[in-house]
Design a protein around this ligand. Structure first.
Ligand SMILES: C[S@@+](CC[C@H](N)C(=O)[O-])C[C@H]1O[C@@H](n2cnc3c(N)ncnc32)[C@H](O)[C@@H]1O
Length: 216
């Protein structure tokens, strides 16, 4: 699939695609489009769940292009895994690489070199307290996908987004997580799941990204 839109958008997504991670290419496309719609020059984005910087690369590249800044939050040491992950041979789950490498953050720093990124290492619930309310144009939640942490991320970061901005997240219908239930319990049905469109306006992929526009 050719990514629709500008050369810059295509180049950024092609570069992000080289970084290993969990965000599908059509989801990267949606992230760029959310930036185009919501992020203003001088504005800011906050992301929960950096991993190696795949989704961050797209968000931060847009920030560089218009003169904004991207905050990204991660423990950089994994998190509690769903029970289904625990059957994996090493019993550490899919975040094993981050669990065993004390310098895991350096992988993301290296991948995001030259981009306007502020790294926050720690638990998103704790870091939320240090961030100003009503201050971000866009928030993308892709941290812990399980109860009760995904519920508190949605609650905590809803407050961080400006009126007119957008709260969004990943893995809406991923059976490994509780995102769908958390979203419904915190903001009801007041969200939209995103579809990727090609250059002619024809939908070509359902994505797992949800968005909620913040109103007064
Ligand atoms: C699915 S990965 C993020 C994938 C990334 N967005 C990408 O494009 O590849 C989820 C990340 O959330 C982080 N994480 C999980 N729980 C967290 C928490 N409570 N606070 C901060 N980060 C957390 C994990 O360490 C992991 O790196």
């Amino acid at each position: 699939m050719n990514i629709p839109g500008s050369d810059l958008k295509r180049r950024v997504i092609a570069e992000a695609d080289k970084i290993p991670g969990w965000t599908a290419t059509h989801d990267l496309q949606i992230l760029w489009e959310l930036c185009e719609k919501y992020v203003k020059p001088g504005g800011s984005i906050v992301e929960l769940g950096t991993w190696k910087g795949r989704s961050t690369y797209v968000l931060a590249s847009y920030c560089k292009y218009i003169g904004a800044i991207c905050y990204t939050i991660d423990t950089f040491s994994g998190c509690v895994e769903p029970d289904s992950y625990k059957n994996k041979p090493d019993n550490l789950g899919s975040y094993n690489e981050a669990v065993v490498n004390p310098n895991f953050i350096d992988i993301a720093k290296n991948n995001l070199n030259g981009l306007p990124v502020l790294f926050f290492k720690g638990d998103s619930a704790v870091i939320a307290d240090s961030l100003q309310d009503n201050s971000f144009d866009l928030c993308f939640i892709d941290g812990d996908h399980n109860h009760p942490r995904v519920d508190s991320d949605i609650k905590n970061f809803l407050k961080k987004v400006k009126v007119g901005g957008c709260l969004s997240g990943h893995d809406l219908c991923n059976p490994e997580g509780d995102v769908f239930e958390a979203l419904n319990s915190v903001i009801g049905s007041n969200y939209k799941d995103m579809i990727a469109y090609d250059d002619t306006g024809v939908p070509y992929a359902a994505t797992t990204i949800w968005i909620h526009e913040v109103k007064k």
